[in-house]
Design a protein around this ligand. Structure first.
Ligand code: TYM
Length: 393
């Protein structure tokens, strides 16, 4: 039987953290020998939210260095930049015509990102509690957020001050909802369809991702099946591959939220380039509880459970074994050991990164060669789809 085809991607929208590494990259590297792998830096996805062009360009290269330093071997896997292959956007357009608005509306990531969650949930909480203000005032002030120079935190505080002085209006909540929904881009809404195009373009069997991407891979499956039902077998129907361990690394500051590159608090994530000192500090500050018992209990002890999970994936040790080992330790000792494991885990990656920093031309060449290597496959799929749908002469 031919090797399984694997596809996965990472957005160059921020610095990569141990969530990306333990949730996704580790699995890509581990499966490398057995599968036919394609890995992509999905820059077209990154522009669904505002990006500084210069920073975006740097991050594309930075992501590629991370892939290579993590152990992706260009002899065994193909690595390329999404926008270097125009077939992705073209297939996304065709798939758009086989995707329903209702399906996209249910995507939780769109809701989270378009919400500007933090500001919005805080606002709602306060508004619920203290009932104060008119829709008109708020509408006027919301427009200030369009200006990139507006400091969201200061804006939020000044609006809140005003609100405290004023009258209550029930419509405020709806106004906030409408505002944030209508100011998200169509690209952000359509993001899962582009992701489906990425996956389906390469006849992918398996998509190794973290837990947060499961819903998106499922949409890709639904679209593939729908098109196949209409036109015969056009697409391979992909499977999400989500390892139980590492699938959801949580924020160190608020362990009920996933670790994310977009988080405002630097202490919430450990970046793959963080030095030992920073890593010790971040783990020392990690939110835990007051019980001083090292036991896995996601509901009651989300902080300690997250640290156990991180240590377990970093050292490939089952959690019960770690619970036993740390039965008599205090949180301080345990946190220091978690930091040590992560430092140890990142050491080889950081050493290789330093080499790629000195050899960026090599990294660029890997990406260019990768984009050429996948071209025949991408073009063949696109031709097959166009023919099935009846496009062109
Ligand atoms: P992105 O760039 O947000 O994340 C890249 C990978 O890292 C995983 N991940 C996590 N895993 C565990 N814990 C966390 N805290 C954590 N944060 C991120 C993600 O699940 C992902 O696997 N839409 C995708 C990129 C994409 C893609 C694709 C992926 C575009 N096209 C096709 C697979 C196939 C994304 O935004 O990932």
């Amino acid at each position: 039987m031919a090797n399984k085809r694997v596809f996965s991607g990472i957005q160059p929208s921020g610095d990569l953290h141990i969530g990306n590494y333990l949730g996704a990259m580790v699995n890509w590297v581990r499966g490398q020998g057995e599968h036919d792998n394609v890995f992509c830096i999905v820059d077209l996805h990154a522009i669904t939210v505002p990006q500084d062009p210069k920073i975006l360009k740097k991050r594309i290269l930075e992501n590629a260095k991370m892939y290579l330093a993590a152990g992706i071997d260009p002899k065994k896997s193909t690595l390329f930049v999404q926008s270097d292959r125009p077939e992705h956007s073209e297939l996304a357009w065709i798939l758009n015509c086989f995707t329903y608005m209702g399906e996209m509306n249910r995507m939780t990531q769109f809701k989270e990102k378009s919400n500007q969650t933090k500001v919005r949930t805080e606002m709602k909480k306060i508004l619920k509690k203290q009932k104060g203000y008119t829709t008109k005032y708020l509408e006027k002030r919301l427009d200030e957020l369009k200006d990139a120079k507006t400091n969201t935190q200061e804006w939020f505080e000044s609006v809140m001050l005003e609100i405290q002085k004023e009258q209550f209006d029930q419509e405020i909540e709806a106004t906030i909802d409408n505002y944030f929904a209508s100011n998200a881009t169509v690209g952000l809404f359509d993001y899962p369809v582009l992701m489906a195009a990425d996956i389906l373009l390469y006849d992918t069997d398996e998509v190794p991702v973290g837990d947060d991407q499961k819903q998106h891979v499922e949409i890709a499956r639904d679209i593939a099946k729908r098109v196949n039902n209409k036109f015969g077998k056009v697409f391979t129907v992909p499977e999400p591959i989500i390892k139980k361990e590492g699938a959801r690394i949580m924020s160190l500051v608020d362990p009920t939220k996933k670790m994310a590159k977009s988080d405002d608090s630097e202490n919430s994530y450990v970046l793959l380039r963080d030095n030992a000192d920073t890593i010790y500090k971040k783990f020392a500050r990690a939110t835990t509880d007051s019980e001083n018992v090292i036991k896995f209990d996601k509901e009651k002890k989300p902080g300690i459970s997250n640290l156990l999970n991180i240590m377990s994936v970093a050292t490939e040790t089952p959690i019960p074994e770690l619970e036993k080992k740390y039965a008599d330790s205090n949180y301080g000792e345990f946190k220091k050991d978690v930091a040590d494991c992560v430092i140890e885990l990142l050491k080889p990656l950081q050493e290789k990164l330093a080499e790629y920093d000195k050899n960026e031309d090599y990294v660029r060449k890997v990406l260019k060669d990768g984009a050429e290597a996948v071209a025949p496959r991408a073009q063949a799929t696109l031709e097959r789809v166009k023919k099935a749908v009846g496009l062109g002469l």
